[in-house]
Design a binder for this molecule. Structure first.
Ligand SMILES: Nc1ncnc2c1ncn2[C@@H]1O[C@H](COP(=O)(O)OP(=O)(O)O)[C@@H](O)[C@H]1O
Ligand SMILES: [Mg+2]
Length: 287
């Protein structure tokens, strides 16, 4: 790392506000091996369910080339992550309000650019990200699928990674690839599995068990299972209606399961909580 880069990184860390209330912000990254497995729908409905429990939640749309949290809510953002970086705006200027008052940062067009940011842009982003310390309870990063270097760097720095898989073999093998890459970077990273689009309990449990077994056998890593979401036609209907199923179909099985996932998640011990500062330390210093 060059001296200049190091200096910039130190600068970012210095500017993170010491947290007066002592309240930490937990960073959850939602990812998958391949695209289209349901990450954005999980991120959004999970966020809404958490928010319904009076938690302050913010979603970041970081899905490269497929930024669509706003579309799933039927809202149009004024500013996006891309415009924040291009115009050097503050994070406050790009926080948008979606359905039910949910705060979100839209990805914007050409979000692929985030992979080719200049050092200054990246530091601007991290400085602004640091300002969120203690301001919200949860930051949910809806990340892209697959294995870019920057993507892995972000993911391994989160407090929790939700790995979304479907019961189909390609989704499982690709997800295993992501898990392996993450584990190589950060063996302590808590990874929680969500099986989406399963047709029955047996299939979901078998899928989760096989994944856990492979992880234990080849990586010596134990991963928790957060739960499984049924393949439910209302999900597609809600996507078409541009209204999250938790709100559009609150009595559906999928919505009930999301509420259960949130409760299961909140029941997990959170003593590994690192927060925004921990996230930035790891991203910036590769710790
Ligand atoms: N539980 C589910 N049941 C039925 N269809 C689903 C479910 N989850 C996702 N889908 C379908 O998959 C599509 C892709 O979901 P999305 O959340 O955008 O995936 P990703 O963010 O991983 O690319 C949705 O538009 C929806 O049609
Ligand atoms: Mg998505």
């Amino acid at each position: 790392m060059s001296d200049q880069a190091n200096q910039l990184r130190e600068e970012v860390m210095k500017r993170i506000h010491p947290n007066a209330s002592g309240k930490k912000t937990k960073v959850i990254a939602v990812t998958s091996g391949k695209g289209g497995v349901g990450k954005s729908n999980v991120s959004l409905n999970f966020a809404l369910s958490l928010a319904a429990l009076n938690k302050k939640v913010m979603i970041f749309d970081l899905d490269v080339g497929m930024a669509n949290i706003d579309v799933l809510m039927g809202v149009t953002p004024k500013e996006t992550l891309i415009s924040m970086l291009e115009k050097k705006l503050s994070l406050n200027a790009v926080i948008e309000t979606g359905v039910n008052g949910l705060q979100y940062i839209a990805g914007g067009n050409g979000i692929g650019k985030i992979l080719t940011l200049t050092g200054n842009q990246l530091n601007h982003f991290f400085q602004e990200f640091g300002s969120l310390q203690g301001k919200v309870d949860y930051i949910i990063l809806d990340t892209g699928a697959g294995l870019s270097y920057e993507g892995i760097r972000f993911l391994q720095a989160a407090d929790d990674v939700f790995l979304v898989i479907n019961p189909e073999p390609p989704s499982i093998t690709d997800a295993y690839g992501v898990l392996k890459a993450l584990h190589t970077r950060n063996a302590q990273l808590p990874v929680k599995l969500i099986v989406n689009r399963s047709t029955n309990t047996e299939e979901a449990e078998r899928t989760a068990r096989n994944f856990q077994k492979a992880s234990a056998k080849f990586l010596d890593k134990s991963i928790d299972v957060l739960g499984w979401i049924p393949d439910d036609p209302i999900v597609r209907k809600a996507v078409i209606a541009q209204s999250p199923y938790l709100l559009e179909y609150p009595n559906s099985r999928a919505a009930k399961v999301i509420d259960d996932l949130v409760h299961t998640y909140l029941d997990f011990p959170s003593n590994y909580k690192l927060g925004v500062k921990g996230f930035l330390t790891k991203v910036l210093f590769h710790k």
